[in-house]
Write a protein that binds this ligand. Structure first.
Ligand code: COS
Length: 387
C-alpha cells in the first residue's frame, strides 16, 4: 500500500497503527497463499478461514467478554486483506457478519458455543436475512418460525447467502408474528446439520465466492437458538448491519487503493509517444481524481468506525454514508485504473480486471447504494423534524 499516511489520522489510536503494521507484515509474508483464486472456491474459502483463524486475525471479527467488536480494527483488517485478496477479505468479513448477531445480542451460552470456534476458524458462520422477495425490504420477509414443543419450527427459503454451502451455522431471521412487518421478526442460530435444513441451489457470480439458496422444511430448533428477544429480529439485523456496513466501505477502500497503486505504477512504467504515460495530463487528472476519491472514502469509513467505537449507540447515517460513498467511488477508481491499463486491463487475472469484477457486488450487498440513500435521507429528515 503506497500511502499509509491515513494511519496517523486522529480517528485511529496507537493500537490500530500497531495492528495495521502487524497485519501488513503478515500479509506480505503470506501473499501467495492469500491471493490464490484458482481452484474450487469452497476449498479456497475454507482454507482462508483456517489460515486467518490459525494466525489469530479472526479473533478481531467477534466480541469477547467485556470487549465489544472494535469497528476500526475490522475496517483496517478488511482494507488490508481486500488490497491483497478479495477472497481473504470475504473469508474474514463473513466470520464477523455471520456471528454478528451473537456478538451483539447472544446469551453467554451462545457466545461461548459459537464465538470461540468462529474466532479460531473452526466454525464457519453465515448471515441469512435475504429472501427472494425481501432483499432491500427486510420487513417483507416471509420465512416463518412457529412455536413447537418448547422450541421453534422453521419453514421457508433464504437466498443470496454468502458462505451458503460451507457454513457450519447460520444466523437466520424469520417471522414469529408478534406484530405485522418489522416488529414480528426474530433471529435464530441454525446449525447446518439440523434436519430439515438444506442447500437448494448454489449461485455462481462474476467474482466467485460461496453463495447459495437455503431451504428450511419443518426444521426444528430449540428455544435456546433464539438470539435476543422475540420480535427483535429486525432491530438485531439493522444493528449488525450498522456495524458491518462501514466495513464494506473499508473493503471497497482496499480495492480502490490497490487499483490506484496499480494504475500509478503502470503510468510511470509504460511509455507512450516517447515518454511515460504519466506525463499525459489526462492521465495525471485521472490519478488525481482517484487519489481524492480514495482519501474521501477513507475519511468517511474511519469516521463511521470511530463513531461506533466511541459509544454512539446508532451510527446508521455515518455507516450508510461510508458504504455508499466508498463502494460507488471504488467502482469509479477501478474503472479509471482499467482505462489506464488499456487492453491489459481486461485480461483475465490481471489485478485491475479482478478488482473490476470484485467491486461490483459491494454496491449491492448489505444494503444497495439506493437503500443507503433512503437511510441517509430519513436520518436527515429526522434531524430537521427535531429543529
Ligand atoms: N438500528 C436499530 N434499530 C433500527 C435501525 C437500526 N439501524 N434501523 C431501524 N430500526 C428500527 C426503527 O427504529 C423502527 O423501530 P421503532 O418503530 O421502534 O422506532 C424499526 O426498526 C423499523 O424501522 P423502519 O421503519 O425504518 O423500517 P423499514 O422497513 O422502513 O426499513 C430499510 C427500511 C430500507 C431502512 C431497511 O429495510 C434496510 O436497511 N434494508 C436493507 C437491508 C439490507 O441491507 N439488505 C441486504 C441483505 S443483508 S446481505
Amino acid at each position: 500500500m503506497a500511502d499509509t499516511t491515513y494511519l496517523t489520522w486522529p480517528f485511529l489510536d496507537d493500537r490500530h497503527r500497531g495492528f495495521a503494521a502487524d497485519l501488513s507484515a503478515w500479509i506480505g509474508a503470506n501473499t501467495a497463499a492469500l491471493d490464490a483464486h484458482d481452484g474450487d472456491v469452497d476449498d479456497i474459502c475454507r482454507g482462508l478461514v483456517k489460515k486467518l483463524g490459525d494466525a489469530g486475525w479472526l479473533k478481531h471479527a467477534v466480541a469477547h467478554p467485556g470487549k465489544p467488536i472494535d469497528v476500526r480494527t475490522l475496517c483496517l483488517a478488511r482494507e488490508h486483506l481486500a488490497y491483497c485478496s478479495g477472497l481473504a477479505d470475504f473469508a474474514f468479513a463473513m466470520q464477523g457478519l455471520g456471528s454478528g448477531a451473537i456478538s451483539l445480542f447472544g446469551t453467554d451460552a451462545q457466545r461461548a458455543a459459537y464465538l470461540g470456534p468462529v474466532a479460531a476458524g473452526k466454525k464457519i458462520a453465515a448471515f441469512a436475512l435475504s429472501e427472494k422477495n425481501a432483499g432491500s425490504d427486510v420487513a417483507a420477509l416471509a420465512m416463518t418460525a412457529e412455536d413447537a414443543d418448547g422450541g421453534f419450527v422453521l419453514n421457508g427459503e433464504k437466498t443470496w447467502i454468502s458462505n451458503g454451502g460451507i457454513a457450519d451455522f447460520y444466523c437466520v431471521f424469520a417471522r414469529t408474528g408478534e406484530a405485522p412487518g418489522a416488529k414480528g421478526l426474530s433471529a435464530f442460530i441454525v446449525d447446518a446439520d439440523t434436519p430439515g435444513f438444506s442447500i437448494s441451489e448454489r449461485i455462481t457470480v462474476s467474482a466467485p465466492h460461496p453463495l447459495a439458496t437455503l431451504s428450511f422444511k419443518d426444521c426444528r430448533i430449540p428455544a435456546t437458538a433464539l438470539i435476543g428477544g422475540r420480535g427483535e429480529g429486525f432491530k438485531i439485523a439493522m444493528s449488525v448491519l450498522d456495524v458491518f456496513r462501514s466495513t464494506v466501505g473499508a473493503a471497497a477502500l482496499g480495492f480502490a487503493r490497490r487499483a490506484l497503486d496499480e494504475a500509478a505504477g503502470r503510468a510511470i512504467d509504460r511509455k507512450l509517444f516517447g515518454a511515460p504515460l504519466f506525463d499525459l495530463q489526462m492521465v495525471q487528472a485521472y490519478l488525481a481524481e482517484m487519489a481524492v476519491e480514495v482519501d474521501a472514502s477513507a475519511l468517511l469509513v474511519y469516521r463511521a468506525a470511530w463513531a461506533k467505537d466511541s459509544g454512539q449507540p446508532r451510527v446508521t447515517r455515518e455507516a450508510a454514508m461510508a458504504k455508499l460513498y466508498a463502494t460507488d467511488n471504488a467502482q469509479k477508481v477501478i474503472d479509471k485504473a482499467v482505462q489506464i491499463f488499456g487492453g491489459m486491463g481486461v485480461v483475465s487475472g490481471v489485478p485491475v480486471e479482478r478488482l473490476y469484477r470484485e467491486i461490483r457486488s459491494l454496491r449491492i450487498y448489505e444494503g444497495a447504494s439506493e437503500v443507503q440513500k433512503v437511510v441517509i435521507a430519513r436520518q436527515l429528515a429526522a434531524g430537521y423534524a427535531k429543529t
